[in-house]
Design a protein around this ligand. Sequence first.
Ligand code: FAD
Length: 382
Amino acid sequence: MTNIPHVVILGGGFGGLAAANELRNSLSATEVKITVIDKKDWFMVGFAKLWIITGTRTFENSIGSLNELSKKEINFIKNEILTIDLQNKNIKTKLQNISYDYLIISMGTILAPQKIPGLIENGFNLYDHNQLSEIHDKLECMNSGKIAISIMGMPYKCPPAPFEASLLIDSMLRKRGIRDSIQIDFYSPAPITLPAAGPEVSKQILELVNSENITFHNSSKIKSVESKKLIFENSEADFDLLLAIPPHIAPKVIYDSGLAKEPGFIPIDRDCKTSFENVFAVGDVTILSVGENMAVPKAGIFAEGEGITVAKNIISKIQSKEETELYDGKGGCFIESGKDTASVLQVDMFSNSKPSTNLSESTTDNLSKKLEFEKERLSKWL
Ligand SMILES: Cc1cc2nc3c(=O)[nH]c(=O)nc-3n(C[C@H](O)[C@H](O)[C@H](O)COP(=O)(O)OP(=O)(O)OC[C@H]3O[C@@H](n4cnc5c(N)ncnc54)[C@H](O)[C@@H]3O)c2cc1C
């Protein structure tokens, strides 16, 4: 009997699920064994977090179960990954050791609020699924004061999401008739709203938030947080409710394995290969440089594209064909306006070797497409 190659996928998020499904859709269980390992047994499309904050969703009706993977003959192991042993091709989890022939690392980022002194004690983490309901409750109770939305490190995932959050919160407060009593300030360490999307799109986003009376404070590099006070390198600001996007780092096991240096990410090229044979990395845990100063943004749509690229190359290798796929860097992100409409930010990271971006008009049709995007991912992957 010939050995069936074993593809082990670390992380069942956007990149991992896209890769697992692409592999299984092309190769049967007699041709490839696929194992996905994740410490949690659910998947959620990131933007649903904002709907939990606004109250149009609950956590329970926004997730899909990773246990559904078994229906496609994809093994799922719910366990924390403790060690990646690249020399011996072995993964150690809390309960077992798993050996691989091919490894896809799609472990995303870790949110690190502890890197900002005083943040955990004095502010909320806008991206932490455990804090969303409490943020919703705070917003529902607030009748006056100042809301601060603060980006506390670069790069962070889904660059437009904090801007969408500010617009959705604005709309929530307007519906309650108390928007005029609440000030919304947006702080970013960057000089423009969306550096990865370029100056033209950044200007459009700035106009969008300004039109709703949300004040954007650029080049605001955070040092620490005190009770009701943000301390920046060159200034201070008061708040009553702080919604922070904390610094993002890679999971500790990535630094322990030597694949990346703290606080960075795994460097890859468009083939998503690491320096170890048959070991690939995709999505937020990686850094894929574009030119000298830019990188592919951390977003699900890019993690998905990279996952598919890697899967196609592994399929070719298993079929003894040439591996020819390179990630194309193309994707679209929906940006909600808070008025039941959304625009689409189309990105082509490698067009003529420099990124090109385009922001469409905000329409109700695009908001329906955003809902469809989520539904499609949950139904085709799980
Ligand atoms: C509010 C918000 C809105 C967003 N909106 C959009 C959007 O509109 N469009 C878009 O494209 N993207 C969006 N994103 C970003 C998107 O969610 C991420 O970029 C995407 O999930 C990255 O995919 P990934 O596979 O790299 O990592 P993830 O999806 O984060 O998956 C990583 C997985 O690895 C697991 N893991 C990590 N460490 C371990 C360990 N030690 N042991 C076991 N398991 C481990 C995690 O549990 C996780 O399930 C949004 C994100 C947020 C927070």
